[in-house]
Ligand binder design. Structure first.
Ligand code: PSV
Ligand code: MN
Length: 388
């Protein structure tokens, strides 16, 4: 049996980072449905993130995306976050929304465009110096739509050169987390398509570079928990972008499409004693809420991760390792499934009450009047959005 006190302690200490952009308007290639009360400024996004933290107790930081969250004074933004009860987290770069990047950013055949993209990465590290952020999160939309369009190998060389410049600009406390994505917006070849490519570049860069796993960025059927286990064993797993997918990069609420997969991922985290914030993995959300209310959807996502984590912590590992060593296939599987099939909602309710919170964060949010307040207050101005 897992030690219940230790399980609760781990759940109280868990930290999940919310994405500033999830509070703004978003959509598909076909339509963005604007919602009332959506933030107009980075400060309003941070206020919403602070609200998620107030009701969940486990979301103390918010990731920024530059230039979506560009401000004149990042130190002031950081102080604003702290005054609201949260801190600024990973700085995400954006080298995918400028006409210059049509043929790529850091892998573009044009050296002037590569320079511009790399300068953006360096600018992001300047911002990290001001916000106190540890993580520079890099995702490149670079890739090719047609065979022969550019030289696959040269593009890897250009990518490596740009990453090296960004890496060398980091302080000892800062690090790169390099995200991969199988496809989109490029459909023939992607320059960082998989964990192996990210891992190889991170190894070449050095100890301050680790892989970021966005759970929505794999081929259907990919065993993501294997990737998690492998990277943990190598000490190269730095971050998650959690979300759910049914078909492609749907960016739906974490744990909505496949809660069992999320449990299997969290089991590997627990198995490697990598859950505690002191281990250094940044457990981020990377989602968009296109048709559902945003703040309660983010609260729900946080709760889904908590539920998967609680179940993972409840796995009777002594019994599991024994059954595995004895080659008892059915018993091993049954032990894992017993934990997965446990209703952990009462346990998480207790954990929240121990943190001085309402056991049901979504209901508490709905009762709080926050949504009505932002709808009334946030009138005029331009709503934030990522420009789909
Ligand atoms: C790309 O699909 C991605 O997952 C990257 O993390 C981007 O920064 C983010 O989505 C933008 O929403
Ligand atoms: Mn992502």
């Amino acid at each position: 049996m897992a030690d219940l006190n230790a399980v609760k302690q781990a759940l109280r200490e868990q930290q999940i980072e919310t994405p500033s952009w999830a509070f703004g308007n978003s959509g598909t290639r076909f339509k963005v449905f604007a919602q009332a009360g959506v933030p107009r400024t980075p400060e309003e996004k941070i206020a919403d993130a602070a609200t998620v933290h107030r009701f969940t107790g486990v979301a103390p930081s918010v990731a920024l995306h530059i230039p979506w969250d560009k401000v004149a004074d990042y130190s002031a933004l950081s102080s604003f976050a702290v005054e609201n009860g949260v801190r600024l987290g990973a700085i995400n770069t954006n080298v995918f929304q400028d006409d210059d990047y049509k043929l790529g950013s850091v892998t573009n055949p044009d050296p002037a465009i590569r320079r511009k993209a790399t300068d953006h990465l360096l600018e992001a590290v300047d911002i990290m110096d001001r916000t106190g952020s540890r993580d520079l999160k890099l995702w490149f939309s670079d890739g090719l739509n047609y065979p022969g369009q550019d030289d696959l190998r040269s593009r890897q060389d250009r990518l490596a050169a740009s990453l090296r410049e960004a890496y060398d600009r980091l302080s000892d406390e800062q690090r790169i987390v390099l995200e991969y994505k199988l496809f989109e917006p490029a459909f023939y070849a992607t320059d960082v398509p998989d964990w192996g490519t990210s891992y190889a570049h991170c190894i070449e860069l050095g100890p301050k570079a680790t892989v970021c796993i966005d759970t929505g960025h794999h081929a259907p059927g990919t065993n993501i928990e294997f990737i998690v286990a492998f990277l943990l064993r190598q000490g190269k797993l730095g971050a998650f972008d959690f979300n759910s997918r049914f078909y492609a990069d749907d960016d739906l609420m974490a744990g909505a499409a496949d809660p069992f997969q999320l449990f299997r991922i969290m089991y590997e985290i627990v198995r490697a004693s990598a859950l505690s914030p002191s281990y250094g993995i940044n457990f981020m959300l990377d989602q968009c809420h296109n048709i559902e209310a945003k703040i309660p959807a983010i609260i729900r996502s946080v709760m889904n991760i908590q539920e998967a984590t609680a179940k993972a912590l409840l796995v009777d590992r002594d019994a599991l390792f024994k059954a595995q060593a004895e080659g008892d296939v059915l018993e091993s599987n049954a032990i894992l499934m017993d934990a997965y099939n446990t209703d952990v909602r009462p346990l998480l309710g207790e954990v929240r009450e121990e943190l001085g919170l309402d056991p049901n964060p979504v209901a508490a949010y709905k009762r709080s009047g926050y949504q009505e307040r932002i709808v009334a207050d946030r009138v005029g101005g331009e709503q934030a959005g990522w420009g789909a």
